[in-house]
Design a protein around this ligand. Structure first.
Ligand SMILES: Cc1cc2nc3c(=O)[nH]c(=O)nc-3n(C[C@H](O)[C@H](O)[C@H](O)COP(=O)(O)O)c2cc1C
Length: 256
């Protein structure tokens, strides 16, 4: 469960459970009630799917199911493990790539699993919970990549040209996927840092305005960026700003 509530600033009215949904990286340590978990997967079950094939499967573990929880967590990339290890429930969605009724390939399987995941996330929002979906399960890919590289090393010389070139292309693709994921993860961290900084600036600006008005100041400098090499200590507003920031903090949410 997320510790913080957010609401999207939508450009047209949407249902509250859509506006409230977001992907947190901080979680309340309380377990999710079994009945609520059942509702989440029941919601997923009722998602639309091509030929009503319902090509989704979910591997689910609550924190108290230690072995299964650990197995799921270990299949995430390090960055995702760093925050997901605090989530009370972990799950992996799996797509069946062939239709059960005729064994033919299902080109819509990933789309349908996505729909089930979205439906589940909205039901979570409805129940006051949040879901953080992630694609970062790189260790599996890394294992696959490692296996292919080994295959090329041991049997590359006896493979025909076409097979070797196909394997090389596959390795190149897997390497690119890995790099792309790392870049995405870095961009997300930067975005998060920017978000936190923006929130801070939002709180800081009215406090500086107020202090400037109280002290009759016309200009306030950021000492670190202004090029000022010395100023009388009495001119430093930092202690007053900190005092006001501390005073403006919301009281802690009472524990249930
Ligand atoms: C398919 C998919 C893959 C994602 N992969 C990751 C991931 O590996 N790590 C992560 O921290 N967030 C991941 N996210 C979360 C997205 O970054 C997040 O949904 C997006 O930034 C929008 O933010 P919001 O969900 O709070 O509205 C993923 C989301 C989806 C739907």
């Amino acid at each position: 469960m997320a510790v913080l509530e957010k609401h999207a600033e939508t450009s047209a009215p949407v249902h509250d459970i859509i506006g409230k949904r977001w992907s947190p990286r901080a979680f309340d340590s309380r377990p999710v009630e079994h009945a609520k978990l059942r509702s989440l997967f029941e919601a997923a079950r009722w998602a639309a799917s091509s030929y009503n094939g319902q090509p989704w499967h979910f591997l689910v573990a609550s924190k108290d199911e230690h072995e299964s929880y650990k197995k799921i967590l270990e299949s995430f990339v390090e960055f995702n493990q760093s925050w997901a290890k605090n989530a009370p429930v972990l799950a992996i969605s799996v797509a069946a790539l062939k239709f059960a009724h005729n064994g033919e390939p299902n080109r819509h399987a990933f789309h349908d699993v996505g729909q089930a995941a979205a439906t589940l996330a909205l039901e979570a929002s409805n129940l006051g919970l949040q879901v953080h979906q992630m694609a970062g399960i790189l260790p599996d890919k890394a294992k696959q990549l490692q296996a292919n590289q080994q295959k090329l090393q041991t049997s590359g010389s006896v493979m025909n040209d076409a097979a070797r070139s196909q394997l090389e292309k596959e390795i190149e693709r897997q390497q690119k996927d890995g790099e792309r994921f790392q870049q995405d993860a870095q961009a997300e961290v930067q975005e998060l840092q920017q978000e936190v900084q923006n929130e801070f600036v939002k709180k800081l600006t009215p406090i500086i305005d107020q202090l400037a008005a109280e002290k009759g100041l016309q200009l306030v400098f950021n000492a670190g960026q202004s090029g000022i090499s010395w100023a009388a200590p009495g001119l430093d507003l930092t202690p007053d700003v900190i005092k006001k920031l501390d005073g403006a903090k919301a009281p802690a949410t009472p524990k249930p």
